[in-house]
Design a protein around this ligand. Sequence first.
Ligand SMILES: NC(=O)c1ccc[n+]([C@@H]2O[C@H](COP(=O)([O-])OP(=O)(O)OC[C@H]3O[C@@H](n4cnc5c(N)ncnc54)[C@H](OP(=O)(O)O)[C@@H]3O)[C@@H](O)[C@H]2O)c1
Length: 229
Amino acid sequence: MAEAFHSRGSTVIVCARDEQALSATADRLPGVVALPCDLVDKQQREDLAAEVLRRFPDLDILVNNAGIQRYVDLKKGYAELKSGEDEIAINFVAVVELTALFIGHLLSRRSAAVINVSSGLGFMPMLSTPIYSATKAAVHTYTLVLRQQLKGTSVKVVEIVPPMVDTNLNRAGRDAARTGFRGISAAEYIATAVKRLEDDADVIFDGDGENVLAQPRGESENSLLNPSR
Ligand SMILES: NC(=O)c1ccc[n+]([C@@H]2O[C@H](COP(=O)([O-])OP(=O)(O)OC[C@H]3O[C@@H](n4cnc5c(N)ncnc54)[C@H](OP(=O)(O)O)[C@@H]3O)[C@@H](O)[C@H]2O)c1
């Protein structure tokens, strides 16, 4: 996605923990700014936002893309849950808190956007990834309400709901599970998703997903929200 935005002339700031991967990206895409950050760490999140807002006052899009996925056997209890990285902190808490850190600035821009990346598994959970699926359902619900609360402001809210894409997500787990199909290529998916972004879509949800969203949620979306506030 960074590459797609860069090729269209945007100033792109990328953030992740792996400093080598970040510098490789910055070397490959001249002008891209790489800022190392562990989004699980509250202080690092706050420092990231402060640095970005100080150095890039023209910032107008926040993309909450970082995420991890783990296979978790819930029967194994606490030790299993705590045996890996914290999916709730990365996939959900960081999305909510980063948005809160940037929203004041974004609202001051003439035209801005928050783009949240959820997952098809937030709508139809996979048994082996219970926490991941729940965090993505949470991202979806949060994004739905964020969009409604920001209605009439300069900030557009977009949800990208990818299908299975062949990336580094849970690579070790997927390798061990020897799942055959690894998903479509990232290049192929991003080409489609960016085209939908250019078409001004609010929700980018391919294939059958459109039906999942269109049916019962259209109704509950309105009844759950208080339009007077
Ligand atoms: N691939 C799929 O099938 C699929 C399907 C639906 C949704 N998604 C979603 O798409 C998004 C991108 O995932 P991907 O598939 O591209 O996987 P990926 O190749 O593993 O990329 C995940 C990115 O998140 C960053 N990240 C993870 N933890 C972080 C942390 N604590 N602090 C800062 N950055 C962190 C990673 O960088 P570092 O490791 O260097 O920190 C990496 O750049 C995720 O939200 C994922 O849930 C993926």
